[in-house]
Design a protein around this ligand. Structure first.
Ligand SMILES: O=C(O)CCC(=O)C(=O)O
Ligand SMILES: [Fe+2]
Length: 310
């Protein structure tokens, strides 16, 4: 039996998990209990963890194959391709490329053909106040829309555009150009069924340029409406970081945002891993396969799917 305790910290989503030391190998029972809690609460907070990058990677591997970040020319961990630095500190003596990462509502790596199903983020340094992260429950967003709106959305696909990632203009221009080249336009369903829970969730965020078959003008009004609707306060959990918090969220059924509410002169330093999800995406233009960054199997599948839809 698992010895973990799960305590909800938000009504819409979020729970704290105690009674587990992530520096130790995880038992099968604990891994199952964490997975069940994750499916129920969407974001889990493990307070007061003292772990190395290797231990964070080992924990993450319980939940899926790890993204090697082929799509990310920015801030990979120097020793581990499975890890990214989300930091405002200098990286190898240079300004960090992720100091304003995540500052629009998004779900991780949705501009790739096999987006991350989950992400872990571990807090090693934090500002004296603020630097919070918001999370919104996309099941609730979908389930509370009208029947007509849900029927409309059920048939739609969104075009996800990496150039809509927040504050790319603040990053190194050469790396940003490479990032865009590696991440051509990708299509995902506007509503996804979560394989672990069977529930349907809205999969539209501020990185969607338009819906397939609709103009950008037509799409814009609907995307803006849905993005506003999905993040209303009753659907949101606000995470106020404590040092050594390790958190884990589900990108298939929530959207999140780094608020940026802190003094940039103070360090904020986090380590992140992402676990690969289902094969849901395909390239808008199959010709982009030559440059698209993705595990080979995902790329082959995306090209096959794109051709099938031509
Ligand atoms: O730094 C944060 O609060 C979150 C950044 C983010 O969106 C991410 O790491 O996926
Ligand atoms: Fe993110």
């Amino acid at each position: 039996m698992s010895g973990i305790t799960v305590t909800p910290v938000g009504y819409a989503l979020g729970a704290e998990v105690t009674g587990i030391d992530l520096a130790q190998p995880m038992s099968r029972e604990d891994a199952q209990a964490v997975l069940d809690a994750w499916h129920r609460h969407l974001i889990l907070v493990f307070p007061d963890q003292h772990i190395t990058p290797e231990q964070q990677i080992a924990f993450s591997r319980h939940f899926g194959e790890l993204d090697q970040h082929e799509s990310q020319p920015f801030n990979r961990h120097p020793d581990h391709d499975e890890m990214m630095l989300i930091t405002n500190k200098l990286v190898r003596g240079k300004p960090s490329q992720t100091k304003t990462a995540g500052q629009n509502w998004h779900t991780d790596l949705s501009y790739t053909i096999r987006p991350a199903k989950g992400t872990t983020l571990y807090c090693l340094e934090k500002p004296s106040v603020g630097g919070d992260t918001l999370f919104a429950n996309m099941y609730l967003a979908y389930e509370t829309l009208s029947d007509k709106m849900r029927q409309f959305l059920d048939g739609l696909e969104g075009v996800h555009d990496a150039s809509l990632v927040a504050s790319l203009d603040k990053r190194d221009p050469a790396l940003t150009a490479e990032f865009k080249r590696l991440n051509p336009l990708v299509i995902h369903p506007a509503v996804r069924t979560h394989p672990g829970t069977g529930r349907r969730a809205l999969y539209v965020n501020q990185r969607v340029r338009n819906f397939l078959g609709m103009s950008e003008g037509e799409s814009r009004a609907i995307i803006d409406y849905l993005c506003d609707y999905a993040v209303q306060p009753r659907f949101v959990y606000r995470h106020r970081w404590r040092l050594n918090d390790m958190i884990m969220w589900d990108n298939r059924c929530l959207t999140h945002l780094a608020v940026g509410d802190y003094d940039p002169a103070e360090p904020r330093h986090m380590l992140r891993t992402s676990f690969l999800g289902e094969y849901v995406g395909r390239l808008l233009n199959p010709g982009d396969a030559a440059t698209a960054a993705a595990p080979a199997q995902a790329r082959d599948l995306a090209v096959a799917l794109s051709n099938a839809h031509d």
